[in-house]
Design a protein around this ligand. Structure first.
Ligand code: SDX
Length: 432
């Protein structure tokens, strides 16, 4: 659907200081209506103001559709429930980036290329040596991705973008696992071409030279599911950051490195790490989850139920629903009894009946149950947001590519309403 197809006959009318202005209206393929304010300042001199961009569309996109009221999430039209049940992460990555489900030959070729670009340049290992063992893996991940532009300088859209997309997806897996090995002082384990993307990551994470690690199928499948569920989510904070940086024609690696930093924040991808910290605190406090629900309702406490709430979902987050069942399944398959899962379920049960959460339409989001599964895999808490970044990478790439391929795309440069001092003259220090 081209942008011109979107324009509706209907117009929006704005009255400002007794003048009336007409603005075009656009309607998307899911009947979302947007008032096109591209010319607003030219015709009226006014701009709009929208803190947190909650009411502002930054682009038109064909990649991911979310209906927050109905708890719908679709990648290129395919419901997340179907992809989670029937697809795999590499196929979903291909779908997001290229817009269609690949044939077997296309998927085999994509997978072959990924396995044959998973090695890092040996000089990149020296960068890991410079980080202290306590370095947060998200800081390492962002730095290492940005440094890829030193080894592959031609990473702009007009360069060999297909090869750099392959390099980035293939190498992020290795960089993530190497950052873990670095943090525990173990030797790096190199990628193995015969393993799936998920199995290769777990093998690089947990194999040691003295004892090879056989990746349990239950964990390989669970990780593949987690990566699918995190793969894209329309114009969230980190994806908007990737688009923002890419709009200046910065290269792919620089754009993704910026997205990793945005994801790190505890209100965004960093929430999955905060959820486990919160559940551990409740568990250490005798499991009194009701106390923490009451704390979350008390503004003075500044306490939030991490993993709860969402800017778009005002009903359940379909990913959280899938992950809740997956957590039950994985823990029982592994014979693990994690009291944190019971605390999480009790928190969800009590919050969903409490007026404070019901009125604010606060439901568990994707971060609420994911950490329980990562823990069952033996992945340390400070690696949880790295896992989110691994999953989100194809979505970031797809959104960056769509933005760069959009005719007439302009550098992102919002305006502001100035509230500072009006003009005043300089006073020399001797007279202050
Ligand atoms: C992700 O955008 C995406 O799609 C993100 C994501 C993706 O896939 O990319 O889905 C991934 O980031 C999920 C969100 C992970 N973050 C958390 O779990 C952190 C806890 N959640 C909140 O910080 C909050 O809900 C946000 C950040 C997720 C959404 O923030 P909004 O939309 O700005 O909502 P808000 O902060 O204005 O909250 C509205 C009200 C407020 O109360 P009032 O001022 O109306 O009285 O709800 C309250 C908030 O205080 N509230 C919470 C709460 N979240 C919101 N109260 C207690 N606990 C919470 N978790």
């Amino acid at each position: 659907m081209s942008t011109t197809d979107l324009k509706l006959e209907a117009k929006a009318k704005l009255t400002l200081e007794d003048k009336e202005y007409e603005l075009p209206v656009v309607k998307g393929s899911e009947s979302e209506v947007g008032i096109d304010i591209t010319k607003l300042r030219n015709i009226s001199g006014a701009i709009t103001l929208d803190s947190g961009y909650a009411n502002t569309g930054s682009c038109q996109s064909a990649i991911t559709f979310i209906d927050g009221e109905r708890g719908i999430l679709r990648y290129r039209g395919y419901p997340i429930e179907e992809l989670a049940e029937k697809s795999n992460f590499i196929e979903v990555a291909y779908l997001l980036i290229y817009g269609f489900l690949p044939t077997k030959a296309q998927l085999d070729d994509f997978h072959y290329k990924l396995t044959h670009h998973s090695l890092l340049h040996e000089d990149m290992k020296k960068f890991f040596e410079g980080f202290p063992p306590t370095a947060h893996p998200m800081g390492i991940l962002s730095a290492m991705v940005s440094s890829l532009s030193a080894f592959y300088p031609e990473a702009g859209y007009n360069a060999d973008i297909e090869l750099n997309i392959i390099r980035l997806i293939a190498k992020l897996n290795t960089i993530a696992a190497f950052s873990y090995k670095k943090s525990i002082g173990q030797p790096y384990v190199y990628p193995q071409n015969h393993l799936s993307y998920a199995a290769d990551f777990l093998h690089m994470m947990f194999s040691v030279p003295t004892e090879p690690y056989e990746v349990p199928k239950a964990l390989e499948d669970a990780l593949d599911l987690l990566l699918i569920l995190h793969a894209d989510h329309e114009q969230n904070c980190s994806t908007s950051t990737v688009r923002m940086v890419g709009s200046s024609e910065a290269n792919l690696f620089a754009s993704i490195s910026a997205g990793i930093c945005a994801l790190w924040g505890p209100l965004h991808g960093g929430a999955n790490q905060q959820v486990i910290t919160m559940l551990q605190k409740i568990q250490d406090d005798g499991g009194d989850y009701k106390k923490y629900v009451n704390l979350a309702k008390d503004k003075e406490s500044k306490f939030k139920l991490m993993g709860f709430g969402h800017r778009v979902y005002k009903n359940f987050d379909p990913r959280a629903r899938i992950l809740k069942h997956a957590a039950d399944r994985v823990l029982s398959e592994l014979g693990i009894k994690d009291p944190m899962l019971d605390i999480a379920k009790n928190l969800e049960d009590i919050a969903l009946k409490d007026d404070f959460f019901v009125e604010r339409k606060l439901y568990p989001n994707v971060d609420f149950y994911s950490g329980i599964i990562y823990r069952a895999m033996g992945i340390p808490t400070n690696m949880f947001t790295v896992m989110f970044a691994l999953g989100r990478l194809p979505g970031w790439i797809a959104q960056w590519k769509e933005m760069r391929e959009t005719p007439g795309v302009r550098i992102y440069r919002p305006r502001q309403i100035f509230i500072g001092e009006t003009q005043r003259s300089y006073v020399p220090i001797s007279k202050r």
